[in-house]
Design a protein around this ligand. Structure first.
Ligand code: ADP
Ligand code: MG
Length: 312
């Protein structure tokens, strides 16, 4: 006899995660959860999937993979400037032990960021995977959007780019204790920074999940402008070059996703106290993203292609 689906849900999910929010009228246990939103606030919702062998190496610990999946989902709320409130967790597992391992990691991340676990689904699957839906709130009309960059804006980053990709390379190459590996093991969604940026009046932001080149391109396309970025201004650029060499640093920054830094645009004169956002470039009239290191332009050939695409 197995442990049973209902018992597993009770043991692994009910009462786990962050504290229940005041807006929750009904949490785990019914067919759906019910939430109240205060007047003047909007709900921001995002969903993300993570699949073994696609989003994490199959020799990676399951709790850590699930923790990362939750943090990746929360990063989308950070990019919009939303305060996180709720999560719904679909756990698709090969066996009950895997349910429990993924539950542990996911709930630890939700507890760390005080996000209520409001529901989900638990089922057997041929491949271990999770799907995480998150919801947060912000004052109506203030969500930061990809389409709001202005051609006179400067471009800024909060956090590092390229470190995760090099960590993954080290892990896959058997260097499980390599310098960059801890950037692979833990994602830190920039939730407080996202709220702070939105409160400062920033209108345009994205989280870097698919590499700087692709994600900057999303802002450029949506806002119908060009963007020029100097990689040598990136936080940690010198460390990347010193430890991995410039060629690998370039590719890791341009194409290596999952650093979950925030990329934003704001008026050039904007000052971010204590330098929590770092200016790395400018917007301009035109289209597309140009990368350079100091004065030297970096072509697509030097970047070894255009980046990761699940269906390319
Ligand atoms: P239903 O069959 O009505 O969809 P389930 O039996 O799948 O309900 O789930 C029972 C309750 O447990 C629901 O409230 C559901 O949201 C919750 N639940 C199931 N799996 C999870 C999970 N992985 N994380 C959080 N809550 C879960
Ligand atoms: Mg039901």
């Amino acid at each position: 006899m197995g442990v049973g689906e209902f018992n597993l849900i009770q043991a692994c999910f009910a009462g786990q995660g962050g504290n229940p929010k005041s807006g929750t009228r009904l949490g785990i246990g019914d067919d759906a959860s019910v939430h109240h939103l205060a007047r003047g606030m909007e709900l921001v919702v995002s969903t993300d999937s993570a699949i073994e062998s696609i989003h994490w190496p199959n020799d990676f610990p399951l709790p850590q993979a699930a923790d990362r999946a939750v943090c990746a989902a929360l990063s989308d709320l950070a990019a919009m400037g939303a305060e996180p409130l709720y999560a719904w967790l679909n756990v698709m597992a090969q066996d009950s032990k895997s349910v429990s391992a993924m539950g542990d990691g996911a709930c630890a991340a939700l507890a760390r960021y005080d996000v209520e676990l409001s529901g989900g689904d638990t089922c057997r699957s041929l491949v271990n995977s999770l799907s995480v839906t998150v919801a947060g709130q912000l004052p109506a009309g203030t969500a930061m959007r990809r389409s709001e960059a202005n051609e006179k804006d400067a471009v800024w980053i909060v956090g590092k780019a390229g470190f995760h990709a090099l960590g993954l390379q080290q892990w896959m190459g058997g260097k499980k204790k390599g310098y960059f590996v801890n950037y692979l093991q833990e994602i830190k969604p920039k939730l407080e920074a996202g709220v702070r940026l939105r409160e400062l009046g920033v209108r345009c932001c994205i989280d870097i999940s698919d590499g700087l080149l692709q994600d900057a391109g999303h802002i450029a396309d949506a806002s119908r402008l060009a963007m020029d970025i100097d990689l040598s201004l990136l936080p940690g650029w010198d460390i990347l070059c010193r430890k991995a060499g410039e060629k690998h640093a370039l590719r890791a920054v341009a194409h290596g996703g999952e650093d979950y830094a925030l990329l934003l645009t704001a008026p050039d004169a904007m000052r971010f106290l204590d330098g929590f956002a770092v200016k790395i470039g400018h917007c301009a009239i035109g289209s597309g993203v140009s990368l350079r290191v100091g004065k030297r332009s970096i072509g697509v050939a030097e970047l070894g292609g255009k980046g990761y695409d699940h269906f390319d």
